[in-house]
Design a protein around this ligand. Structure first.
Ligand code: ADP
Ligand code: MG
Length: 360
């Protein structure tokens, strides 16, 4: 449906996008995920035909020569601020259809349908400026969907909403996507949103695509250390493979010995990626025969940060580790800075990435 072909954008000699290359397939929701300043909005504006790339091109629906106006009529957009006219909700939703010359009956049918689907029928006669942020964003979604364009582009539509409202809208949007088969390029910096909405995720960092993959792979098997950190893998630890016994690796890192599964040769430099919630803490004296976790590192607690129901704990195990423990278990174990504990994790919780050249 949409081919982004080797797009680069320079602004004032600064590279903003660097050879971005991917395709959005018909019927899919492709989420462009990345931190603030990564170049997501720049890419979306390029895809919308609002910004001319320095090099590369956008091919829509196999028609490279579509002129600008014709192209813009075949797509619709939703932005972070809803950009509503000072008019009623129903007139706001209808405006794009009127502009495109649909009949009055068709306009009425579609506006009703989309107000229903987005649960805003009771707001039809309300003036746009009296709406809450969530309601206003529902109106802008209805306005985009009712055009039934081949492609919708969305740029962080929910990022200024409070968390409960955002979650509700994200889950309803997922539902609308699966009902309609709408093709969409959706931009966000929010991992949770991406995991809920995406058929595939393109991770963009510093103007480059680092990974284009299923949501599950981006989350569990990030392709680069930067993606790993962005998806919440707090432990990205450099190490060296010192033994490989039929795929069971021993990795040395800052004096710690970590066991993992993989196909790296002895001597390879790797990054050990480990999510903080995959580390369990046990008292230093505990001997837990039942656990199948092969990694048990004696560690010292160097920092405890309470974060609502969780505590993020820094450990010195030789290697520096971060783990996430529930608040009740911090209380139960009476964890304090300076305590010695065992950091326990399974080989299967570890995802390895190559570091340096001669790795695999
Ligand atoms: P994102 O949407 O991922 O947060 P943007 O695409 O808005 O990122 O911006 C990417 C980078 O490009 C940022 O570093 C931003 O400062 C820079 N940038 C964007 N637009 C302009 C502009 N018109 N002039 C100069 N720099 C810009
Ligand atoms: Mg942006």
């Amino acid at each position: 449906m949409l081919e982004i072909k080797n797009i680069s954008v320079m602004i004032d000699k600064n590279p903003i996008l660097d050879g971005v290359d991917f395709t959005v397939d018909k019927g899919e929701v492709l989420v462009l995920l990345g931190p603030n300043g990564a170049g997501k909005s720049t890419l979306l504006q390029t895809a919308a035909g609002l910004l001319k790339p320095t090099s590369g091109k956008i091919v829509f629906s196999d028609r490279p020569s579509l002129d600008e106006l014709a192209y813009r009529r075949r797509i619709s957009t939703v932005f972070q601020s809803p950009l509503l006219l000072s008019d009623t909700v129903e007139n706001n939703i209808a405006c794009g259809l009127r502009f495109r010359g649909f009949s009055r009956t068709e306009i009425r049918t579609r506006v009703q349908l989309w107000m229903n689907k987005l649960h805003i029928s009771h707001l039809a006669r309300r003036q746009a400026h009296t709406l809450s942020g969530g309601e206003a964003q529902r109106v802008s979604l209805a306005r985009a969907f009712c055009l039934e364009t081949e492609l919708i582009l969305m740029d962080e539509p929910f990022s200024s909403l409070d968390t409960p409202t955002r979650r509700e809208l994200v889950s309803e949007l997922r539902h609308v996507f699966s009902e309609t088969n709408q093709t969409c390029l959706y931009v966000t910096h929010d991992l949770e949103e991406a995991l809920t909405l995406a058929d595939r995720i393109a991770v963009i960092i510093d103007g480059k695509i680092h990974q284009l993959d299923s949501a599950q792979n981006v989350f569990l098997r990030p392709a680069t250390p930067e993606v790993a950190r962005f998806v919440g893998v707090d432990n990205v630890i450099p190490g060296r493979v010192i033994a490989n016994k039929e795929g069971l690796l021993q990795i040395e890192s800052a004096g710690s010995l970590i066991e993992a599964i993989g196909d790296y040769r002895q001597g390879s430099q790797v990054f050990v990626c480990l999510r903080p919630e995959d580390i369990t803490l046990l008292p230093i004296t505990a001997i837990d025969q039942a656990s199948s976790a092969r990694n048990r590192l004696n560690s010292k607690i160097t920092q405890i940060n309470l974060q609502g129901p969780f505590a993020r704990i820094q450990l010195d195990a030789g290697a520096q580790l971060t783990c996430l423990v529930t608040y009740p278990s911090v209380k139960e174990m009476d964890l304090k800075i300076g305590d010695q504990v065992q950091a326990v994790f399974k080989t299967t919780a570890i995802h390895l990435l190559p570091a340096g050249k001669k790795s695999r």
